[in-house]
Design a protein around this ligand. Structure first.
Ligand SMILES: [Zn+2]
Length: 197
């Protein structure tokens, strides 16, 4: 079993993952979101798509047994275990612009978007190619009646995790989210591990 790698608060990383390998993302302290992106390693124009995923999985509530599909209608990742069952695939990564919009009185931060753009640049991913992330542990209830969204603190507790198995060779982007509301008002680290199945 490989060692856990720490993503410090309000930062992000990118790394390659081979088909069949298993990525486990941990919320070590609880109540912390991690934005996840997956690109096809052979051609980074192929990337996870929330629209394709909702269409094929027939739900917006994704958990164990669900698959994350690409814009080319191929499965990139399978969710094989999930101790939380509460994630979001509706909202885009937090960014300078979203800080200006939602937190005009707080210092501007480049957010998950800026962290992902820097980490993914060496893999040939342009900022404009960054799609809606699969936001691990993010709690975004949707009113069935009105469709209104809320961003509530994550329900994840210290040590909670999600496991995703690569269906293709992938480039992964992963953050410890920087936004206030998404993380219950404080910024914690995220940890991850990659294991061969
Ligand atoms: Zn974020």
């Amino acid at each position: 079993m490989s060692a856990r790698i720490v993503i410090p608060p309000r930062s992000g990383v990118a790394f390659g993952m081979r088909k069949g390998e298993i990525l486990t993302v941990f919320d070590p302290m609880g109540c912390q979101v991690a934005d996840l992106l997956a690109f096809c390693a052979d051609d980074v124009r192929e990337v996870i798509s929330n629209g394709r995923t909702f269409d094929y999985e027939e739900t917006i509530k994704l958990t164990s047994g669900n698959r994350l599909w690409s814009n080319r209608s191929r499965v990139l990742l399978n969710i094989i275990a999930d101790s939380v069952g509460c994630h979001d695939f509706l909202l885009t990564p937090c960014s300078e612009a979203t800080f200006q919009h939602f937190y005009p009185d707080q210092p501007i931060h480049r957010g998950c978007f800026g962290n992902l753009a820097e980490a993914l640049a060496p893999f040939g991913v342009e900022p404009d190619a960054i799609p809606t992330a699969f936001n691990l542990f993010m709690n975004v209830p949707v009113s069935a009646e009105t469709g209104r969204l809320e961003v509530l603190p994550p329900t994840s507790k210290a040590g909670d995790f999600i496991k995703l198995q690569a269906e293709q060779d992938c480039i992964i982007g992963l953050t410890a989210c920087s936004a206030y509301a998404s993380n219950g008002g404080s910024f914690k680290p995220i940890e991850y591990r990659i294991d061969v199945s």
